[in-house]
Design a protein around this ligand. Sequence first.
Ligand code: SF4
Ligand code: SF4
Length: 447
Amino acid sequence: MAPTTQSHTHPIAAPGTFPGFTGPDAPSDDDLYKCVHCGFCLNACPTYLETGLEMESPRGRLALMKGVAEGRLAMTESVVGHWDMCLQCRACEVACPSGVPYGRLMEATRAEIETGFKRPLRERIGRKIGYENVLTSPKRLRWVGRAAKLYRKTGAQTVARKTGLLGILPGDQQHLDESLPELSDNFFVADGQVISAEGQRRAKVAMLAGCVMTLTHAPALEAAVRVLSRNGVEVHLSPNQGCCGALNAHAGELESARQMARRNIDSFLTAMPDAVIVASAGCGSTMKDYAELLHDDPLYLEKAERIASLTKDIHEFLIELGLRAPKASLDYTVTYQDACHLINAQRITAAPRQVLDAIPGLKRVEMPEGNVCCGSAGTYSITQKEMSLRLGNRKAANIKSTGAQIVATGNPGCALQMTSAFKRDGTDIQVRYVVELLDEAYSKETV
Ligand code: SF4
Ligand code: SF4
């Protein structure tokens, strides 16, 4: 879409008119004033590509941050709306020649929103339950998962849809209902299991199970464990671990994100691992930033630095270790989807492709606009339905144009987003994890 002029204007007052950013996690001036307004980031930004609006671009959002920081702008619903529309995909960071740490700035800004702006009551209740009560507890998360299964299995979902009940309940219950993902038959639970290495042990690792992925993609986590073991790696699913805190941190819920990080740090350190392996791009990116998240915590900073430096994305780890190439072949045409938190945040592009290329018979094709976010972005698909749908459809069209039978990824959010985009238009392209394909090739060796 061609850029159009911006539709929103924000009245600018004299500096110091409004309170500005006041919380402990406010964006730093050093970060804010790195931007030189060159605009190189604009065409890397998915929301700018879709709308053509300056205020839906990185530069526009940064201008709003500066306006609020200087007290020239109030943190109004409209200002917050532009920030909320950001996917935190960090494509702008890669495009920026001035090194603006956009991800860090947006995380800090979101923390400010939560202290200086009153969201509608329904949203505040939803956030309290979701971020503070459910994501912080793997047990409660599994209860929610079981309840969602019951909602489907007992026919309650059909009744709610047919009777129009969803339409009369407060909030967009229909969208929530439509967003309910398919859940795995058995959830993945990390409870202190140790899976031994096949053959001679080459490494000992702790592995993050995570949150949503344990409910929606348990078979992919099981495949990750088998693949590691097959590569001579002893895997510790250390007890008392939980969600990495990424969803909370991205939403500005930094205190609960810090609690989650501390819990995981303690859990992983019990295994005394050579590396901490993550099979989800978003979680790996957050864990590599644990030291930054806990920079003000003297008790945990050193431990956080240790875990951050040990954290490896599973594809990155396998390639660095020296991947054992499977002998059996897979006759598939596959396109690889770069998750934003691998390509932009962790800057990992080659390793997942190298893993796929190591599978005999597999033909890999690239998709157009591979670096444009699929629109999943954590809870974005729920909170920013329209933009998320647009970007999901855009990604699905790009994938379809490759003629691939399978799209492979390394992130649960992307997998869910692509699955629902294909479901909407009846496309039968499979969505698989890279490690699932590798696992399948290994499994054929023994048949
Ligand atoms: S993080 Fe992504 S959506 Fe947000 S401004 Fe940057 S490029 Fe745009
Ligand atoms: S590319 Fe960087 S310096 Fe240029 S406008 Fe975007 S954020 Fe600012």
